[in-house]
Design a protein around this ligand. Structure first.
Ligand SMILES: *Cc1c(COP(=O)(O)O)cnc(C)c1O
Length: 424
């Protein structure tokens, strides 16, 4: 009997996300991963240049994290988190409080990024409801991305994902991101929106809009917008699902702000890519609004796998690594290397703009590409054939490598990009 390869078997019953199966090439089966490398069935290796969607920051197969998870599995695999509690969740809360902005006081667990946003939005709406106020509008940035469930999708402004569902979304009003030259204008728009609507919350990706193409905005500008929201008693929700855990140089992008968000959403690198888990954290003031002698003023929202112990210990181990001397050294090195490479290619004829923040490098190409168009796919395959996994977002090539990537691997990514610039 002929043994079929994984690609052939994949095609029989599997439906992949963000994929038009009639047009896309077969999916690439990965059989093994270690540190910054992925290996396919034939033994070819690929450098994971985007840390598997910004998650595996301490590398694939990290022994320190695996050993913490293995021990936990032997001791307590899983229990419900309603009526019961456990040490991994408690210890994680203590560890996170040490690094989160000072005003964060309580953690609510979910199981992925979208559900963290969903919980944050529901928290904000109920925060006002519990006070007898009906506030029905959210404020969000143009081109933001917050996930694919209905609340999260409503807050997201990327139409390539929302198209068929637009009639079914929550009420959201959008503002442009604040850049050095438009802060006054955006503040005016925000003030007008606040006057004309009953706004509950402002949802934003702080400093970097990931899915939009690693677009940056002004920290000062965002700070001022949060200030205006706070003057109007509107809750501010920082979506740090991508930016959290060191990506922008600081532990959290919100560390660059004077005005702190009331609610924060964490996932992705939270568990170092080892387990699906997310957290919606909030200030004491938000939490207090749910305390009452009336049962239903509590937050009646739950996911079965809330605070899964295996995910919690992965998160604890990840936080321990985040600011360890070895990882700190790599974080500094990567930022320096990105900066040097950026200045080398910024005047290349094919380059429109290059930007670096922390370990994020983004290059906008002059050539226009559709988000899921042919040319973009050619570029994706060009990198793959060169042994590098990068996922261009339209005409933006970005690198967001695991902290453990070696100097040589990083250089190989830069070389592949340089070659792409000369080819496309
Ligand atoms: C990935 C991401 C999400 C959604 O998280 P999922 O786990 O994919 O649901 C939300 N916001 C941002 C900024 C993200 O990068």
């Amino acid at each position: 009997m002929k043994v079929e390869n994984l690609s052939t078997r994949d095609k029989k019953h599997l439906w992949h996300p963000l994929t038009q199966h009639k047009l896309n090439k077969p999916q690439l089966p990965i059989v093994k991963a270690k540190d910054a490398l992925l290996f396919d069935e034939e033994g070819n290796e690929y450098i994971d240049g985007i840390a598997s969607w910004y998650t595996v920051m301490y590398g694939h197969g990290n022994q320190y994290i695996i050993s913490a998870m293995t021990k936990q599995m032997q001791k307590l695999d899983f229990v419900m988190f309603s009526g019961l509690t456990h040490e991994p969740a408690i210890e994680l809360s203590e560890k996170l409080m040490e690094i989160l902005p000072q005003n964060q006081a309580k953690l609510f667990f979910n199981d992925n990024g979208s559900t963290a946003i969903e919980a944050a939005i529901k928290m904000a709406l109920q925060y006002f409801h519990n006070n007898g106020e009906k506030r029905d509008t959210l404020i969000a940035f143009e081109d933001g991305f917050h996930g694919d469930t209905f609340g999260a999708m409503s807050a997201s402004g990327l139409s390539s994902y929302n198209g068929p569902f637009e009639d079914f979304l929550l009420k959201v009003v959008r503002i442009p991101t604040p850049q050095v030259d438009n802060i006054g204008e955006v503040k005016k728009m925000l003030a007008q929106i606040l006057k004309e609507n009953s706004c509950a919350a402002f949802v934003f990706e702080p400093l970097v809009q990931g899915a939009a193409g690693m677009k940056f905005h002004s920290a000062t500008g965002l700070d001022e917008l949060i200030g205006v929201c706070h003057e109007n008693k509107v809750l501010c929700i920082a979506d740090e699902i991508m930016t959290g855990f060191g990506k922008t140089g600081k532990d959290f992008a919100s560390d660059n702000l004077v005005n702190k968000p009331d609610i924060m959403c964490l996932s992705k690198a939270l568990t170092a890519g080892m387990f699906p888990l997310s957290i919606t954290s909030c200030s004491q003031e938000v939490y207090n609004r749910f305390l009452s002698d009336e049962v239903h003023k509590g937050f009646f929202h739950a996911h079965t796998f809330s605070a899964h112990p295996i995910g919690c210990v992965a998160a604890i181990a990840g936080i321990e690594l985040l600011n360890s001397p070895d990882v700190l050294k790599r974080r500094t090195y990567i930022e320096k290397a990105h900066t040097a490479f950026a200045s080398k290619i910024e005047s290349h004829i094919k380059v429109e703009q290059v930007r670096v923040m922390g370990i994020i490098l983004a290059i906008d190409l002059q050539i226009k590409m559709e988000r899921y168009g042919n040319l973009r796919d050619e570029l994706y395959n060009f990198f793959l054939q060169g042994g590098v996994l990068l996922r261009p977002l339209g005409n933006t090539i970005y690198v967001l490598p695991p902290y453990v990537i070696t100097n040589a691997q990083l250089q190989k990514i830069y070389d592949a990009i340089t070659e792409a610039l000369d080819t496309f």
